[in-house]
Every structure is written in C-alpha cells, then in structure tokens.
Design a protein around this ligand. Structure first.
Ligand SMILES: Nc1ncnc2c1ncn2[C@@H]1O[C@H](COP(=O)(O)OP(=O)(O)O)[C@@H](O)[C@H]1O
Ligand SMILES: [Mg+2]
Length: 249
C-alpha cells in the first residue's frame, strides 16, 4: 500500500527560548501513515510532538530529512490543503468574535466555493459533526468545550482533508466528552476514509483509535508498531512506564 504520509529522517532544530543554544526538538524521526488509518504519536510534554506536527504542515522549518505526501515530496513552508489540524484548546483556536457561520464560511471561501453553495455545505458539515444548524449565529463562547471541538473539526473538514492532525485534541475535555469525540473521530474515519495523526500524552486515550502507535521521547521515536503489539508487549522501558502511568497498573 502506498503511504499517505511518509516522514524520513526528519530533524527540526529550534533556538532555545530566553537564552542561548539550540535544541533538537525532533531528531531523526521516520514513520509512515496509511490512508484511512490512525497513527498515534504519544509522549510526555516537551518530547517534540507539536514541533513534528508543525513541521509536517509547513509551519516550522525542517533542518533535514524529508516529508512525502502520496510519495510526492512536500515543500517546506507550504501549507498543504489535504492535511488539516485540530488543536488542543478549542477555546483559543476559534475566533471569539465570529459566529459559527463565519467560522465555517472562511475555509469555504479559501476553497473558492461559490456563495450560493456555501450554506448547503455548512449544513452538511454541521450534520457530520452532529451540531444543530440552528446555532449558526452563535459565537464560540456560547458553546461547551465539546461543541467547540466539534466546530474545530467541522472547520478542518471544510477543506476536504485526507489527513487530520489532532494535536492533543482531547486533552482539554472531560472524560465523558472525550468518549463522545473519540466516537465522532471513528465515525468520520469510516465515512470519509480519513487518516489521523493523533497526538496524545496518554496511551490509554488513543487505544480505541489507533492502528499504529509511535512513542516519542526527547525528540526521538523510541518504539513504534501496530497498536495491538505495542499495547500488549511494549519493548521499550519508556513505553512500559507510559502504559503504567496511563492505566495505573
Ligand atoms: N517555538 C519554540 N522555540 C523554541 N523551543 C521550542 C519551541 N516550541 C517548542 N520548543 C521546545 O521544543 C521541545 C519540544 O516541544 P513540543 O514540540 O512543544 O513538545 P510536545 O508537543 O511533545 O509537548 C521542548 O523542549 C520545547 O521547550
Ligand atoms: Mg504539544
């Protein structure tokens, strides 16, 4: 099978904040994501997950290595429509002054969808994330955390992506809402044949979703493989420590 996304020997070096020196936030990372599958990237805070995601979508310069989308090398600094991102904080990622309709209209304008077709498409997007279209004139603060994350997902889907990068997209939500959003991600994957790069710090959270799992520590992937293998027989001590922390064994 041709990989949807392939990352090869990727390194990202950043200037340290407030000081001297550089930090290799992503260090010789290689992996690939199949179409319509979920690749979970797990690791503690500061392990380089967000930097890796930003490098993939062209928001952060790559020091060395390559990124391929359907075996085509994707350029650095170029935002690629087929890859969209959903962020951790649904409170900060939506413009507080815009109505739901305005939030969803923006990507459709970027896509060049003719005006008369936009409202129909917006209804379809709200339907896909199970939000009522009666709320179109409401601003983000009128929605709950879970509803805001649904709006962020609808906005990402508006661009018709094939790969959705979810950076800690469940972390700000409480457990019941997390379960509902996981169910939504699974449903959307089936319906739209979406692939996910699903970033989390907790292995337990991504178990239901992931086909492949990679564990990241200090900028490097220390273990990766099919989800069933990694969860059943983790090889690296760091993975086992994460599993113990997640399931409190
Ligand atoms: N914009 C930045 N400038 C400098 N250093 C950064 C920047 N963003 C992150 N870092 C550093 O890079 C490392 C990886 O951070 P990050 O990718 O945010 O990890 P994670 O998402 O796994 O928490 C950390 O040591 C962090 O302090
Ligand atoms: Mg992060």
């Amino acid at each position: 099978m041709t990989a949807l996304l392939r990352v090869e020997n990727l390194c990202v070096t950043l200037n340290r904040q407030h000081g001297k020196g550089m930090i290799e936030a992503v260090s010789d990372v290689s992996f690939s994501i199949n179409p319509a599958e979920t690749f979970a990237l797990v690791g503690q805070s500061g392990s380089g997950k967000t930097t890796l995601a930003r490098a993939i979508i062209g928001l952060c310069p790559v020091t060395s290595g390559s990124i391929y989308y359907c075996e085509q090398r994707i350029g650095i600094g170029r935002i690629f429509r087929k890859i969209q991102m959903v962020f951790q904080n649904p409170y900060r990622s939506l413009n507080p002054y815009w109505s739901l309709e305005e939030i969803l209209t923006e990507p459709l304008e970027i896509l060049g969808l003719p005006k008369p077709e936009r409202l129909l498409r917006i209804h379809g997007l709200l339907d896909a994330v199970h939000l009522s279209s009666r709320a179109l004139d409401k601003r983000p603060q009128r929605f709950s955390g879970g509803e805001r994350q649904r709006i962020a997902i609808a906005r990402a889907l508006a661009m018709e992506p094939e790969l959705l990068i979810c950076d800690e997209a469940l972390s700000a939500l409480d457990v019941t809402v997390q379960a509902q959003i996981i169910a939504l991600f699974l449903e959307l994957q089936k319906r739209l044949q979406l692939a996910y790069l699903f970033i989390a710090h907790d292995l337990a959270v991504v178990e239901r979703l992931s086909h492949q799992v990679a564990v990241m520590k200090s900028g490097q992937i220390v273990e990766q493989g099919p989800s069933a293998c990694v969860y059943a027989q983790a090889q690296h001590p760091y993975t086992r420590a994460l599993l113990n922390a997640s399931y409190r064994l």
